[in-house]
Design a protein around this ligand. Sequence first.
Ligand SMILES: [Zn+2]
Length: 240
Amino acid sequence: MKKISKQGNHTHISNNEINSIYAKLKNEHATYLAQYGVRLPKKYSMKALWLVYLRKCRGKLVHKDTISEFVQSKKPKSGKDQQVRHLASDGWYVLNKGDKIPNQDKKIESGYHVLLTVENPKPNFLHKALKRAGRVSAQNFEQLKVTYDFRCATCGSIENKPHILEPTLITTLQQGHMNPHDKLTLKNTIPQCQLCNQTYQDDYVFNDKGRVIAVASTTPIIKAHDSVKQAIKDMLNNES
Ligand SMILES: [Zn+2]
């Protein structure tokens, strides 16, 4: 990851350019981030200026002194010790000291910050937002898994950990079909481990807690005790 030098010489950004970067950020925020509760700082606030600077240098490591100098050039009364890391608490995908760089075996050095992307909130912020809002807030299967704490809805085994019932097996989560008679949309999906998904197949209907609420095929009836078959027969005869 490219590093922008620590020693002063912040890039000059004209007010016109600040306006245009802020407008871009506002747009990106509305498109990708507002739905998760990420906060957009007010234009020309200190936080907004940090964000503008990081947005201009997106994907590059910037030292906090460089950002502070830039802010001081616009707001001479602002202090030297500016807490740029707070952008991450507001949900922006800003990496701070000690944060792992995705897909790299490296952590962010002390004093540096990087805005990785504006198309996703910071993952831990996103996870909290999804968990607060529940399964209805999920936009894809990955997010749905987050709302279930990466557990199989039915047996509770955790993704990538040993399976609760078969510890020699590493749990994978699959798209469990809640009601096999309806299309497999996200609304009709629960995360299920490979064992639950295979065991129940398309023979049962599940609720969103992963519990069986009905049969979806004749297989469980064929396997049922004779008394159950007789009861079903009687029931159907009475209906007709
Ligand atoms: Zn399971």
